[in-house]
Design a protein around this ligand. Structure first.
Ligand code: GLC
Ligand code: CA
Length: 549
């Protein structure tokens, strides 16, 4: 990372899912003026960068991740003038503004696609991926990420188009120089308008194997197989470098790639500074995989491995939550008895790792998963697909619903809980997705008034990153605790050392006493309400941060 890019190390990035943040006009849908009205709140929290999930023109098949106009604002969210006001509000407060760029695919309602589908020889004919039928069938056996096959027939051309996501999200053809030029100049246009950075969606799939071989992976219950040679192709890295050279590097733009990278080595391919691709990467992991495989031990190992892989040449995006995952306190913590302590523990763990922390809206008040009573209550196409696949594989409707409730991306998408009034104060109308009934107890207003709340814990955490340089930039070492559920780590810079300890379980555990030698009074503890951390015996989900003398 060049020195002029060093500013990204001091950011705490807050992700807003605009549809669910705050509704300013009572139509039940969050919007840009709603975000503007909550800027004081964000400033009070202390974050210094906002990442907005897509706000571009979209028919909302996948809540904005299906763009039908890259240089327009989604009507339900407001106008370009609202966006300009939001940009100015960010600049005034010294906050960076990061936009979500979806360029693996567009909406089928984008004018490019509308034209491309009409014939084989129109000017936009090559903007998407078209293939002839093979023996009257789709070109290969690939599954779409949202269920069913990845090819859709277009009678006007007598051809199929490829869509890795829903059939309303046709993949753009990056092999076309004309298409690449459209995308790159659109990106420049946004940077010229004042965008500080991009989170780049689903970026590992840009280059396609032109012969589209059948996948050898076992079929999903509906008969299609996920592609086995799509992610991370050398051609994709070449396209990313082209974006970097042309758009990011000359303008000092921050970039976060959302990548499909199952190993740290693959992740490093996107962010190792010598490769000149992205500044940070968000690996995409399927919620069901995480639910079934995570453990405190694995969190520690992952942190250790990613640290080793990038410490000399790279930087990390640190997140537990986003709009594609269940709520972190429900997934890795305890959303029952130890809700408050475990929400604080997770916050401290993430912010004590080297890298730039991401806070997903509602995380700072410990928002939890929701259990909507019927499958029809879920809006997310991915949830609907998973439910169907489970039924096809023989699960009972009750079991399939229970699993969907656990995994659903809608867990993270229920509206922000502002106060204890109807619909959590999110809207005066009918919310587009049901508000979690626990908004009566878990809400911003209640926590702002309670100095020991999760909200105030996050405020102190974010402030500490500015006061204690070792937290953002220090070296990381994990200490041996002799117990998988106990994690202890240090962060050190010349002249400053910090120790963080965590009990990732609902049982009490005792740390080896020597680990606390030299520790001063705790700077922060998940048991503040009970008098703070009192030594090596850690209570359930107890976590604390100490200076070391
Ligand atoms: C990314 C987004 C997700 C979306 C998908 C397709 O994974 O985070 O929300 O559904 O890409 O754009
Ligand atoms: Ca609205």
């Amino acid at each position: 990372m060049t020195e002029e890019k060093d500013w990204i190390k001091d950011l705490v990035i807050y992700q807003i899912y605009p549809r669910s943040f705050y509704d300013s006009n009572g139509d039940g849908i969050g919007d840009l003026p709603g975000i503007l009205q909550k800027m004081d709140y964000l400033e009070e929290l202390g974050v210094n960068a906002l990442w907005l999930s897509p706000v571009f023109r979209s028919p909302n098949d996948d809540n904005g991740y299906d763009i039908s106009g890259y240089q327009e604002i989604m009507e339900e969210f407001g106008t370009m003038e609202d966006w300009d006001r939001l940009r100015d509000g960010c600049k005034r407060r010294g906050m960076k503004l990061i936009m979500d760029l979806v360029v693996n695919h567009s909406s089928d309602e984008h004018p490019w696609f509308q034209e491309s589908r009409t014939s084989r020889d129109n000017p936009k004919s090559q903007y998407y991926i078209w293939r002839d039928p093979v023996d009257g069938r789709p070109p290969n056996n690939w599954a779409s990420a949202f269920g069913g096959g990845a090819w859709e027939y277009e009678p006007q051309r007598g051809q199929y188009y490829f869509h890795y996501f829903s059939k309303k999200q046709p993949d753009l053809n990056w092999a076309s120089p004309q298409l690449r030029e459209e995308i790159l100049s659109m990106m420049e246009w946004w940077v010229d308008k004042g965008v500080d950075g991009f989170r780049v969606d689903a970026i590992s799939y840009l280059d396609k194997p032109q012969d589209f071989p059948d996948s050898k992976l076992p079929p999903q219950p509906d008969g299609f197989s996920f592609p086995d040679c799509l992610a991370g192709r050398p051609g994709t890295h070449a396209y990313i470098r082209e974006m970097n050279r042309r758009v990011y590097a000359p303008r000092n733009v921050l970039t976060v790639g959302e990548v499909s990278a199952p190993t740290v080595e693959e992740l490093a391919n996107y962010v190792n500074t010598s490769r000149e691709e992205f500044d940070m990467a968000i690996p995409f992991v399927l919620p069901m995989v995480e639910i079934d495989t995570w453990s405190p031990e694995k969190l520690r190992r992952d942190a250790e491995e990613s640290y080793a892989a990038l410490k000399d040449q790279g930087w990390w995006a640190r997140f537990f939550s986003n709009h594609d995952k269940p709520r972190q306190v429900s997934l890795y913590g305890d959303d029952g008895e130890y809700w408050e302590a475990s929400a604080k523990l997770l916050g401290l763990f993430l912010h004590s790792l080297p890298g730039t922390p991401f806070v997903y809206q509602g995380e700072e008040i410990g928002m939890t998963n929701v259990k909507l009573p019927r499958i029809e209550d879920y809006d997310d196409p991915d949830t609907q697909n998973r439910y169907r696949q489970l039924l096809l594989s023989g699960a009972s409707p009750e079991a399939a619903l229970a699993r969907a409730q656990l995994e659903s991306r809608d867990n993270a998408r229920t509206p922000m809980q502002w106060d204890n009034t109807e619909h959590g104060g999110f809207t005066t109308g009918q919310p587009w997705l049901k508000v979690n009934p626990n908004a009566r107890e878990i809400n911003v207003e209640a926590q702002r008034q309670d100095p020991r709340s999760i909200f105030h814990f996050y405020r102190r955490l974010i402030a500490l990153r500015k006061e204690r340089p070792a937290l953002a930039r220090g070296d990381l070492s994990f200490l041996d605790t002799g117990c998988n559920e106990l994690i202890a780590l240090t962060r050190s810079l010349p002249g400053e050392r910090l120790l963080a300890v965590f009990n990732f379980s609902a049982e009490a555990h005792t740390l080896p006493a020597r680990l606390l030698e030299g520790a001063g009074e705790a700077l922060l503890s998940s048991y503040d309400r009970q008098g703070g951390c009192q030594g090596p015996a850690l209570r359930p989900y107890e976590a604390a941060l100490f200076p070391i003398n």
